[in-house]
Design a protein around this ligand. Structure first.
Ligand code: SAM
Length: 299
């Protein structure tokens, strides 16, 4: 799985990537910390997908599996990244048709199932599809990108392109700082404050169901939150998540963004991530969660 094509195009410019080389994504410098920057980030997105699937024992919570198996359903994933969720579904539900949208072409264009297509587009321009087009519209791990005042628009677009009787579903990771040691607490606060500087309010997340419900077409919204412990006290799953978490924070782009917010040097940041935090996780049990929201479109 993943992008086997090492050539990326941007504004007529061809960029050849080696492993670990930074991708020239069409985003501001500060956002690069939240987006895939190299092949290790893409590997981490794949790993996080399988982690989420394991926690929920499934790829989605909407009651649509039977339709996906039996009918020619149309499914859209917004901000699909390297297409991990879609590849997993497209292989399993061969009768259905899958579409991925992302404003960066990090999805596979050549090696992919024939029932899967990708499109480059910016979701903030509105979804480039007619009303009532899809049976299932999904979006995952986009909360670092969507500003507080953009959620209503993005959710209304998801609902607009969903057929009556179809489903919209959103997946996001979350935490309420329960069981955090002082180091993780500092990192978390820095992350929240760096998001707020861009207008992104992570604390909105548990209430996304209120935004979905406020749309007259999706009055009944379901929410399912699953909890896990980060680090060795969370067992195997905690260790897998520790790898994902450290990888997400222990890189040059994250260091550039977070060390000034933390008021420490880059060297101190590196030690914090690769030594101090790992040590702290041995004797703390920080709680994290994954949240899924889903709703049926009635009209
Ligand atoms: C953290 S990744 C999540 C990828 C995938 N949804 C997942 O759960 O594995 C966020 C993705 O959103 C994409 N993205 C960011 N801004 C976007 C925009 N304005 N329109 C479409 N996609 C966007 C990024 O390029 C990136 O692939």
């Amino acid at each position: 799985m993943g992008n086997n094509n090492s050539t990326f195009k941007r504004k007529n410019k061809k960029i050849v990537l080696d492993k670990n080389e930074t991708m020239d994504l069409e985003v501001g410098k500060d956002l690069k910390y939240y987006l895939p920057n190299n092949y290790e980030d893409i590997d981490r997105i794949h790993m996080f997908h399988f982690f989420q699937r394991y926690i929920y024992q499934g790829n989605f919570s909407s009651p649509i599996e039977e339709r996906l198996m039996q009918e020619k359903c149309k499914v859209l994933d917004i901000g699909c990244g390297p297409g991990t969720w879609l590849l997993d579904l497209a292989n399993k539900y061969e009768k259905s048709l899958f579409h991925g949208l992302d404003n960066n072409s990090i999805f596979p264009n050549e090696i992919k199932p024939s029932n899967l297509n990708f499109m480059k587009a910016d979701m903030f321009d509105g979804l480039p599809f007619p009303d009532n087009e899809f049976d299932f519209v999904h979006q995952g791990t986009m909360a670092f990108i969507i500003k507080a005042d953009q959620w209503t628009f993005i959710i209304s677009e998801m609902i607009r392109v969903t057929k009556p009787g179809g489903f919209v579903e959103i997946h996001e990771p979350y935490c309420i700082s329960k069981g955090f040691g002082p180091i993780l607490n500092k990192i978390n606060e820095a992350h929240i404050s760096s998001c707020l500087q861009r207008g992104v309010d992570m604390k909105l997340l548990p209430n996304l169901d209120k935004i979905i419900k406020s749309n007259p077409n999706t009055p009944i919204t379901y929410k399912d939150e699953k909890f896990y412990i980060l680090g060795p006290n969370g067992g195997k799953i905690g260790m897998v998540n520790q790898d994902i978490f450290i990888g997400f924070h222990d890189n040059d782009v994250a260091m550039e963004n977070l060390s000034p917010v933390l008021g420490i040097s880059k060297e101190e940041y590196k030690i914090m991530m690769t030594k101090d935090l790992i040590e702290e996780l041995k004797y703390t049990s920080p709680e994290y969660s994954l949240i899924r929201f889903w709703a049926k479109k009635i009209n």
